[in-house]
Design a protein around this ligand. Structure first.
Ligand SMILES: Nc1ncnc2c1ncn2[C@@H]1O[C@H](COP(=O)(O)OP(=O)(O)OP(=O)(O)O)[C@@H](O)[C@H]1O
Length: 255
């Protein structure tokens, strides 16, 4: 009989805290994301999700705790950690006055991507951007811009892909296509994906595991398909609302 070893996590977050004056935005969060897995980071507005993502990206310094990406410490081995990471979010659009190809070229040069022209052509095809290659990003629709952002995020073949609400403000059919593209990214087993979303339907469909964060702490963690049943509710949305309204009744979990 074959035994499956648990792969070494790509992302490891340990006892992470971030304090702004008297506000504890992130309060002792720990979790791992394994290669090939999509983990959803959920929680109400102000829960600490973006603060957590910004610390993983090295944009914000933690007050305490440790983050490693493929074993590299984001604080002390920043260049190695960030070379293995990429990111896409609606609030971080690509420069609108550059074309799709120009944007991919500029970011590819920043990431020092080998054989860049070939990589760009592969990604233009993969994210179905052939028609838009010479269009300025600023004139593209939200769904098209999201596909360009995903192509940009895959330029350096990241081991860790951070997605902050990647399907926000996108119509349902396009959002489904984009979810499929993100699932394909994880499916080859190279990348780990950390995803934030307020859409419980998509979280249930896409994520292997969810972490529900409230007031900077992980209240719930588990498989989004079985977690509602374990807590005696019918849906993830119901569980989300209950946990957001009555955080104290859920205690705090180690993810
Ligand atoms: N620079 C800052 N200075 C002071 N407080 C901050 C700062 N950034 C965030 N906060 C506070 O930290 C808490 C967590 O904010 P964060 O943006 O991480 O939440 P979030 O879960 O991403 O929310 P949303 O779903 O609305 O994006 C909030 O109370 C917020 O007001």
């Amino acid at each position: 009989m074959q035994t499956r070893e648990t792969p070494r996590p790509v992302l490891s977050v340990s006892a992470l805290r971030k304090q702004y004056g008297s506000t504890l935005a992130v309060d002792d969060i720990s979790f791992d994301v394994a290669p090939g897995h999509i983990v959803g980071l959920l929680g109400p507005n102000g829960a600490g999700k973006t603060t957590t993502i910004n610390m993983i990206l090295g944009v914000l310094a933690p007050s305490s705790g440790r983050i490693t990406i493929e074993g590299y410490d984001v604080t002390t081995q920043r260049a190695q950690a960030l070379a293995r990471t990429n990111f896409a979010a609606v609030y971080a659009p690509l420069p609108g006055n550059l074309t799709v190809r120009q944007n991919l070229k500029v970011f590819g040069l920043i990431y020092d991507v080998p054989d860049l022209d070939t990589r760009i052509e592969t990604l233009i095809e993969r994210f179905d951007l052939q028609r838009f290659r010479d269009a300025k990003c600023g004139v593209l629709s939200s769904g098209e811009q999201t596909r360009v952002c995903l192509a940009k995020a895959m330029l350096n073949a990241p081991r860790l892909l951070l997605l902050d609400e990647p399907t926000a403000s996108i119509d349902p059919a396009t959002a489904r296509d984009i979810r499929g593209m993100i699932r394909d990214i994880a499916a080859d087993g190279h990348s780990a994906v950390l995803w934030t979303s307020h859409n419980m339907y998509e979280v249930e469909e896409v994520c292997d595991r969810v972490l529900f964060v409230s007031r900077g702490r992980v209240l719930l963690a588990g498989d989004p398909k079985t977690l509602p049943g374990q807590h005696g509710v019918a849906s993830l949305e119901e569980l989300f609302i209950q946990a957001a309204n009555e955080p104290l009744s859920f205690g705090t979990q180690t993810a």
